[in-house]
Design a protein around this ligand. Sequence first.
Ligand code: 5GP
Length: 189
Amino acid sequence: MKRGLLVILSGPSGVGKGTVRQWFMDDPELNLTFSISMTTRPKREGEEEGKDYFFVDRETFEKAIEDGLLLEYTEFVGNYYGTPAKEVEDLREQGKNVLLEIEVEGASQVMAKVPDAVSIFIVPPTMEELEVRIRGRRSEPEEIIQQRLAKAGREMEALSLYRYTVCNDDAQLAAKLIKTILLDAMEKN
Ligand code: 5GP
């Protein structure tokens, strides 16, 4: 059986990665599994343990770093986020394509370790639209929003590291473009 692909999906905070993902994730042709990250960030309303993230405390996270259990990790707006390595490896061995939805610092660690990863960067139609989307979330204090906006601007500069760029003007269209990219990568795998 062929080893599954490793797919990296990034884009600035608020660009709508989750929404785009929903449109292609369950497509049976793509045979995708979502890699569930570990984070120290507090759970948002509607999020579920073991589905959106594994929510842990800093001590547990730092132990995972120490034990070499993470494929990559980063600190983002005051919290740790990381990808458990073994789960990703096992799924790929089972022939599943694994999707990592991660920010750019972690993505560049993965690209260095897994050069054949399929990396996709989602961009907003404009930076003004991105700000509207980040504020629309309304679940966070102004200080955090400001940090996310500043970080989003810096994240946009990492775009050239990625193999593909997809604009999220329309989430369903962005998902169709990603499907095309993935079908092509599967054919060449
Ligand atoms: P949020 O707090 O909005 O869920 O996530 C903040 C950022 O962290 C997003 O850009 C998200 O894609 C990224 N992220 C989520 N999980 C991981 C991970 O395991 N590693 C890294 N490097 N970034 C992650």
